[in-house]
Design a protein around this ligand. Structure first.
Ligand SMILES: Nc1ncnc2c1ncn2[C@@H]1O[C@H](COP(=O)(O)OP(=O)(O)OP(=O)(O)O)[C@@H](O)[C@H]1O
Ligand SMILES: [Mg+2]
Length: 290
């Protein structure tokens, strides 16, 4: 098991991971000095991330929640899409991207992706959208619609009232609930979320945060969650990765308090606000160095 060392007091702690023994399970996700240069060998060549190195260990029956913060354009989405095996970010230019100890070669059902933009299929109903992955897996129609209805309920929608609506008849928050259900119905062990709540109002956003925490606990998955919202990262994360300006690399790995109370409650507590202030300071310091 990787050794985790805490190195500071009241503030969110900087983490160092130590060496592992040979019999340890492979990391769920590991980056070894990963760099990505777009359009290499041309006049447009651009290095988006450089020497990104981290490891997320397998925590059976818990999973880990990683919040990702960093300035716009520093390569956060690039990192997420490399884990997913989605081009043109995949493959990395140099370094190794490993999932469960094996190099990523393509997308797979073990990794679910939720994007910022509402990515539901416009000509499918809510139930048909949620059932999409099961349809691809050739699950019979009756079973897949039943399972979709269960997930529609889990994400706080009403299968009877909302199940037959189309995406254009839903609010942003409802659409994002459908997108989350569509991804999680496949029980991915790794959930990749790229600013999924970016377009929601603060109240809806906090309700979605609570929903996500409860679903994450149920699925016992590893989550990577990109956000520009510091309280959101500090609330949801077990760990927060802070990326530098482009070419992005991880400059801080912080351990923060786990989300063990409702978002509205915890986000008003002095210790929480102090953690947010500390992370904000680190980000502002990065901007000053630019
Ligand atoms: N397909 C591509 N071709 C060329 N450059 C790209 C491509 N995709 C991303 N980039 C560049 O790589 C850099 C990192 O992009 P990325 O989308 O990963 O950043 P980000 O941290 O997710 O930004 P934001 O917070 O604005 O979403 C940016 O400068 C972007 O313009
Ligand atoms: Mg992005």
């Amino acid at each position: 098991m990787a050794r985790v060392e805490l190195t500071s007091g009241d503030q969110p702690c900087e983490l160092k991971t130590g060496s592992r023994t040979d019999e340890a399970a492979p990391h769920v996700v590991e980056f070894k000095q990963v760099s990505k240069t777009y359009d290499p060998g041309t006049s447009k060549a651009f290095t988006a991330i450089k020497d990104v190195t981290f490891a997320v260990e397998d925590k059976p029956k818990i999973g880990e929640f990683i919040g990702i913060l960093g300035p716009s354009g520093c390569g956060k989405s690039t990192v997420l899409r490399l884990i997913a095996g989605l081009g043109p970010q995949h493959p990395a230019t140099t370094g190794e991207v490993l999932v469960n100890g094996a190099p990523v070669v393509a997308p797979g059902p073990d990794r679910g992706f939720v994007f910022q933009d509402y990515t539901n299929f416009p000509h499918r109903t809510v139930l048909e959208n949620v059932a999409f992955g099961l349809e691809c897996a050739h699950v019979p129609e009756k079973e897949r619609l039943e399972r979709a209805a269960e997930w529609v309920l889990k994400v706080g929608l009403d299968p009877k009232k909302d199940g037959h609506k189309f995406p254009h008849q839903l609010s942003g928050g409802m659409n994002q609930r459908v997108a989350i259900a569509r991804s999680l119905i496949m029980h991915p062990k790794i959930i990749l979320m790229d600013e999924p709540f970016g377009a929601l109002d603060p109240g809806t956003r906090q309700r979605m945060q609570d929903l996500l925490v409860s679903l994450w606990r149920e699925l016992e998955a590893t989550v990577f969650f990109i956000t520009h919202d510091i309280p959101e990262a500090v609330y949801l994360g077990d760990r927060v990765f802070v990326f530098s300006q482009s070419p992005g690399t991880i400059v801080h790995q912080l351990q923060v308090m786990p989300p063990d109370r409702p978002a509205r409650e915890m986000q008003m507590e002095p210790t929480f606000l102090e953690s947010v202030r500390h992370v904000r300071y680190l980000l502002e310091e990065l901007e000053r160095k630019d």
